[in-house]
Design a protein around this ligand. Sequence first.
Ligand code: ADP
Ligand code: MG
Length: 619
Amino acid sequence: MSDTIRLLPDHVANQIAAGEVVQRPASVVKELLENAIDAGATSVKLVIKDAGKTLIQVIDNGRGMNETDARLCFERHATSKIKQAEDLFQLHTKGFRGEALASIAAVAQVELKTKTQDAETGTTVRIEGSKVISQEVTVTQPGTSIQVKNLFFNLPARRNFLKSNTVEIRHCIDEFHRVALAHPEIAFTFLNNGSELFQLPISNLRQRIVNVFGNKTNEKLVPVQEETPLVNISGFIHKPEYAKKSRSEQFFFVNHRFIKSGYLHHAVLNAFEGLLKEGVQPGYVLFLEADPKTIDVNIHPTKTEIKFEDEQTLYALLRSAIKHSLGQFNLVPVLDFERDQTLDTPYSYKDKTPVIPRIEVDKNFNPFRENTSETPPKKAFKKTLSPAWESLYSGIKKEIISPTGLDDSSWELAIESEEKTGAFPFTAEELSESSPVFQLHNKYLVLPHQEGLLLINQNLAHQRILYEEILKSITVSRASSQQLLLPLEMDFSKEEIRLLAEIKEELEFSGFVFATFDAENVLLEGIPVFMEATDIPAIFLQLIHDIQNEIPETGFSQNDLIAKSLARSGAVKNGSSLALEQQAFMVRKLFLCKEPGISPYGKKTMVTLSRNELDNKFS
Ligand code: ADP
Ligand code: MG
């Protein structure tokens, strides 16, 4: 019998190993930036094209490599950073496994130009899919320049698996942020498709944070500083009133290495307890310096988790350091037993101008409500008199969805594929003429039908209606706008502006009119007809949050995401009382939708009770 075990050829082994280290362009960005820092660079330039799919280049002024090292650095386990196992416990560099360059060279076309500080000439090495193409003497600057071209050129399946440029560049920027924040003592430049995304001079940490996130960040920052024998804690937290839904501005660095730690994050949240309104999170950039011996370094290089020897003490120290800062900067309300707590306003409402609520009488007789005078006051429904409804009304098309007979089992199916099966019970025409609609609990629209009873969730239904309208505006015909009486000015961080700039055109098609759109600020003079000016800042924050948190794995489509987010923000809320014509209108519009049965986020917009089910309840 012949032997069945074989040694894999090197290039195959390298490709397999590369799967671990190089997941996407951002992984390459991280490894190359870290190598530049390990090489003692004081100035680092990152250049990418097509979100890193075509090119990722890092140029540094570090110590460079000699001719031998320039070739050797692409070998697996080739590292200058550790010599023996004990060194693992004294690590002061980011890399140590000697795997990154070998892995990158296995799945891309790489060109390395490097020269040590005192050498006369440098070296150029070209390597593609682990195969050295050439090595020659070159004239070049001291330091190192590595170009990584056409990532996964030899693994089409992996290349196809990459997400849209929007998603991939966001990952690259995330990695860049992590490295740039950890090293304010190094100057960084970041160019994407020839335009400058970041230009960060050598500075202190505060200035670096401001340079990364925008000028408005400065006023948000509160310093944190605590020195203990176990750990030194330093950095900045955001003042509680600047807390956001997004978790994008939360950074922990342990010995200048970015890490993620749910445990330490919890310690921070704990320190903020009572200062934040629900659903928002404080921003922070925090540095922990500890003896490398007390940290488990035996972790995978691409993972950002970390293990500490004495986690509990660390938790307590971190929490108290932050509490201390919050207290010192007078951010914790002073305990005052005389004060009537019910008069305290949460942070978010403090600066809002009060709006007189409009009260509307619920014209619907509600048989479940016995004593009307004792029911709690209803939430005012702001949209009652807004032009939004009328303009939507005028836009109704006379489309007809063919009715068919309906049995219980076809109902679910009908919701899935109404157009093809035509299984929906009503035409929009029929509905407006004959079906009475009534609102239940300011939340559901109830529709009797000869087949049974239909209960529609008003918020989810309106989301579906708006979603399809917005999607149509973006892709087919531009939506009309309502002019704002006073232009609305909003400030954003650089990163937020960058995200918004990418979808500016889609927003314009959805009905937003920008008077100006610059580096940290936008001025809006028109908004979609179904929105209220006062809601706009929240809608934008939600949109940015949604873009930042979209999970790339779910098949990212930008238009879809924008339409979903705006629809959710703009939809009438549950708890709002709807006038009769609004109820009827909502139902009609819903049944004109392509997929009336599900909300844009995949929830059911309606449930049914069939005749049989009803009859059974009384049998
Ligand atoms: P590691 O960083 O884990 O040592 P890498 O594969 O990233 O492994 O790099 C291999 C070696 O190549 C490094 O140990 C270092 O000696 C050398 N090297 C890589 N990048 C640079 C650079 N930008 N400047 C100088 N030397 C570098
Ligand atoms: Mg490295």
